[in-house]
Design a protein around this ligand. Structure first.
Ligand code: GLC
Length: 636
């Protein structure tokens, strides 16, 4: 008798529980439960009912599963999938209430400001549990700008920015970089990367020049494909961005007071297709399932409102069946009278999910109202949500929402293996453009005086998108921004083996055989890097550049100048005072890769991925004043 009472009690409790949790433990499955504890019974009932949900039946096609799930969703639930909230404004209850499609970290945005793996994982678990408890449980995707490593997270390996990867132009190592980034991302349960940027960058006055692999379409296509495959093969979804011709905007057309960024790309349709579409086609063919439109415009039409290029070309001609994610509040500048109108404009152009970090619920309601008022068709919403659900199912999120079986190949950030991959990329990214008197490689037993604001600063080496959106120098940060090796550390590492005497004290500089001068740019990101003055002593120069240049000149010794910058800055006023010049771009945390090549531990192999201009005259045109051509680079 007692057993029967226990069973009735457990069944009634389960029944009442399941009625408010979700439709997974439907009453029919409860009949089969025997005299078991509540947990087991609930679990059995959940398991049994989950098997009965068609959309969870992996024996069915993804399309059938998506169609089944879509048929079970209300308009509100569909609209919720079309929004992405910023993590600062996300919590378990909201995810349970709305089940938003995605959450992101904006540049440098760390949950609870606690950059430990444990905190990242528990934060993501918390939000995912909220989704699992919602009426129709749909796992959310966490998106983050891992654009040159898992660069938001402390002690992750930070690789050279894309312009350096373009100079290295090594497909195998670029694939390995993608693999490494993906496995460090999995430690924090963030499975969606807003990378690679596949801009084909023209004008070095653009603040995002360093996010581009090259001004050569074929180099961009080749390396972006390898990096994306490295991410995909390791369970992380890349984003092809920023669609289309983001790096080809005309100087002076920048949005609001910007010079270049978010400006207007002005060209024929034929040129657009020939120069800027190939990387997108290649990434789609490689399996990349998210595309981010650019803030910029094409011939005066904002990309986020460009139905021809998003719907007709990207989704139609190229057959893109993933989803289009808007850029950070980019729809706010579409000219609609309010958010709702901008949502309508952009949804109807073909954007499927909205990165509106602080207005996720408002966007959701705008979509619902627009459908009810006939401003957005139900079919468009179903198309957008079908795309989003398909990507999530293809990624296996429904089978393992809490990522219990999603294992990383590493157990900690910053492994020696991944640092070594990054160091190899640093070594291959260095471009020697001058070497008079063969000052390089440095001979064994050389006394070097090493000076300049870039020789001992991880933050300078990393540039923007490094622990914070804009990046920060170590000196401004008060300590190294993250774990890594500086250029100076590298020379110290090799000093014994190469019999180097390293002088850093200016008072002893006269004892040196060779001067190593390290100068560069301040860290910046996006439009903050736009400049009218490209000089290495111009507006984006490190404060100590000019003084260090003058000191080095006063010593009248063989001088090797190392430039750490996000682009080929103008050096024509100074290059004649330098015997050797090496462009290091933004090498990231493994700065010891620079000493390795200067000592010929490894050879020079880097080639300029973009032309190096001598002046601003006709810059980025075929009438420009070129100092060194694209593809130029000396070897030993
Ligand atoms: C930024 C950038 C984009 C980035 C996004 C999220 O404004 O344009 O590249 O992925 O916002 O941080």
């Amino acid at each position: 008798m007692k057993k029967i009472i226990a069973l009735v009690l457990s069944l009634s409790l389960i029944f009442s529980l399941s009625a408010c949790k979700d439709n997974k433990s439907s009453p029919s499955s409860l009949n089969e439960s025997s005299q078991t504890t509540i947990t087991t019974a609930v679990q059995e009932s959940k398991d049994d009912t989950t098997k009965t949900e068609k959309y969870l039946d992996t024996s069915l096609s993804i399309d059938d599963r998506v169609a089944d799930l879509l048929s079970k969703m209300t308009l509100e639930q569909k609209a919720a999938q079309m929004v992405q909230a910023e993590q600062t404004y996300s919590n378990k209850n909201d995810m349970k209430k709305y089940c938003f499609g995605s959450v992101l970290s904006g540049g440098g945005s760390v949950p609870n400001n606690d950059n430990s793996i444990a905190n990242w994982s528990s934060f993501v678990d918390d939000l995912q549990t909220g989704c699992e408890e919602s009426k129709v449980p749909i796992p959310f995707l966490y998106g983050i700008d891992s654009v040159h490593g898992h660069n938001t997270v402390s002690n992750a390996v930070i690789f050279p920015h894309n312009i350096g990867i373009g100079a290295a132009n090594d497909k195998e190592l670029t694939y390995k970089m993608g693999e490494a980034v993906a496995n460090e991302m999995k430690l924090t349960k963030t499975l969606w990367s807003f990378s690679p940027c596949i801009a084909v960058s023209l004008d070095p006055r653009w603040g995002r020049t360093y996010e581009s692999y090259s001004s050569d379409t074929s180099i961009v296509t080749s390396l972006a494909t390898e990096f994306s495959k490295g991410l995909l093969d390791n369970g992380v979804m890349p984003t092809a961005k920023h669609y289309l011709a983001d790096g080809a905007t005309t100087y002076g057309t920048g949005e609001k007071n910007k010079l270049v960024d978010r400006g207007d790309a002005q060209m024929t349709d034929a040129e657009l297709r020939e120069k800027y579409l190939p990387p997108y086609k290649a990434l789609i063919d490689a399996g990349v399932k998210t595309v981010m439109p650019s803030f910029s415009s094409f011939n005066g039409v904002k990309m986020h409102a460009n139905k021809y290029l998003i719907t007709d070309v990207l989704k139609g001609e190229l057959g893109f069946d993933g989803f289009v994610i808007s850029d950070w509040e980019a729809i706010n500048s579409l000219g609609g009278k309010d958010l709702s109108e901008n949502v309508i404009i952009s949804t109807n152009a073909g954007v499927d999910m909205f990165m509106q970090p602080y207005q996720a619920a408002d966007v959701m309601k705008s979509i619902v109202n627009a459908v009810e008022n006939g401003k957005i068709t139900k079919e468009r919403v179903d198309d957008a949500v079908t795309r989003i659900l398909r990507v999530k199912m293809e990624m296996g999120l429904f089978e393992d929402p809490m990522q219990k079986n999603t294992k990383s190949k590493v157990t900690e950030l910053g492994s020696d293996e991944y640092r070594d991959i990054a160091k190899q990329l640093v070594e291959k990214s260095l471009v020697m453009v001058k070497n008079e008197g063969n000052v390089l490689p440095l001979k064994k037993g050389t006394k070097i005086f090493i000076t300049g604001p870039a020789i001992n600063d991880i933050g300078v080496q990393c540039g923007g998108w490094s622990l914070s959106w804009q990046g920060k120098t170590d000196s401004a940060n008060g300590r190294p921004i993250t774990k890594g090796t500086t250029i100076l550390d590298g020379f110290k590492e090799y000093a014994k083996e190469y019999g180097l005497e390293i002088i850093t004290d200016e008072k002893k500089a006269s004892q040196a055989d060779v001067v190593i001068l390290g100068i560069g740019e301040i860290p910046y990101a996006e439009f903050e890097g736009d400049t009218k003055d490209l000089s290495i002593t111009g507006e984006k120069a490190l404060p100590g550049n000019k003084k260090a240049i003058e000191l080095a000149k006063s010593l009248n010794k063989p001088t090797v100048t190392l430039i750490l910058a996000g682009r080929n800055v103008l050096i024509n006023d100074y290059i004649n005072d330098w015997d050797s010049v090496v462009m290091c771009y933004l090498p990231g945390t493994e700065g010891d890769g620079i000493a390795s090549v200067l000592l010929n531990e490894k050879p020079f192999s880097g080639k300029l991925p973009m032309p190096w201009y001598k002046s601003l005259n006709n810059i980025a045109t075929d009438k420009a004043d070129v100092q060194f051509q694209l593809g130029y680079g000396l070897t030993y």
